[in-house]
Design a binder for this molecule. Structure first.
Ligand SMILES: CNS(=O)(=O)c1ccc(CNC(=O)c2cnc(OC)c3c2cnn3-c2ccc(F)cc2)cc1
Length: 278
């Protein structure tokens, strides 16, 4: 379990073995091994197993508990969500580090991919804990609706987050399909400021072959374009999150500066990463 104040840089060492991806076209064996590795990494870093979340899905917050959340001050609720979000991001950092080839990237490129992709993966993963029957999400041990987050003052963001979770649930992804989609969201060669774009592109190419291989095996090729359509929604959701954080940090600079988790600040604010985090 990474410590809450761990920043990305402290967890990442970049070594440089010959990149494990074989020359194109990859053999079927290589693709199947890559698929298995990604699925295993997702399973081992997904915080809660699907069965656990399913078992808890009717454990709803009471009126009093909801009222208690709504009575929190704006900065108190923001701080609370920042801690929860950072926990979820730390598991995504672990997932990324286990993607074959990720640790072969330079440290700056690893941080760039995580800075731009980790929130997107958290949002994809959150659909696992979303109950579409009553539009509630698992948060702090029970399920609650958007009303739980009222005191954040970000109604539009939370509605968008819930709508996205709903739309992801509608695709009814298996854990294997979600694992591969999350790896594709992270390993994106179009991210700005990448130093070795070619290397990220080679990883991405093999992961795309994995996804289409898996969808073919599952006889669900139609999912492919639906998944790629989700990427633009994810990017606008994350921009909205950064926009709201900027709005919040203008009003509560001290809270962000002194109380927010370092990893959250490193990922979602444009402050230069702190020296010790690189
Ligand atoms: C992701 N892995 S998992 O096992 O499925 C899993 C699932 C759930 C939880 C515990 N719930 C949360 O952490 C959580 C739930 N709902 C949110 O929002 C609706 C969260 C959460 C954390 N941050 N935010 C969040 C806050 C503001 C924002 F703009 C976007 C997201 C832990 C782990």
């Amino acid at each position: 379990q990474p410590s809450p104040d761990q920043t990305i840089g402290m967890g990442i060492r970049s070594y440089d073995p010959e990149y494990p991806y074989c020359p194109y076209p990859p053999s079927l064996l290589h693709i199947e091994e890559l698929c298995d590795s990604i699925v295993r990494s997702h399973r081992d870093t997904s915080q809660f197993r699907l069965e656990e979340l399913q078992a808890l899905r009717w454990k709803l917050f009471s009126r009093e508990e909801i009222h208690a959340y709504q009575s929190k001050s704006v900065d108190e609720m923001w701080q609370h969500c920042a801690v929860r979000l950072t926990e979820a991001v730390q598991y995504v950092v672990e997932f990324a580090k286990r993607i074959p080839g990720f640790r072969g990237l330079g440290q700056n490129d690893q941080i760039t991919l995580l800075k731009t992709g980790s929130m997107e993966v958290v949002l994809v993963r959150m659909s696992r804990c979303f109950n579409t029957e009553n539009s509630t999400v698992f948060f702090d041990g029970k399920f609650g609706s958007t009303e739980l987050f009222k005191s954040l003052g970000c109604g539009d963001l939370m509605v968008a987050v819930f709508d996205f979770a709903h739309s992801m649930c509608a695709l009814r992804l298996t854990e294997q399909q979600m694992a591969l989609f999350c790896s594709l969201v992270l390993i994106n060669p179009d991210r700005p400021c990448l130093e070795d774009r070619g290397r990220v592109h080679r990883m991405r190419r093999d992961l795309e072959v994995c996804l289409s291989h898996m969808l073919h095996r599952d006889n669900q090729e139609s999912l492919q374009h639906k998944l790629y359509q989700k990427v633009s929604v994810l990017q606008s959701l994350c921009s909205l999150h950064v926009e709201k954080l900027h709005w919040f940090s203008q009003r509560y600079p001290l809270t962000v500066h002194s109380v927010f988790p370092p990893l959250y600040k490193e990922l979602f604010t444009s402050d230069l990463p702190s020296v010790d985090s690189l």
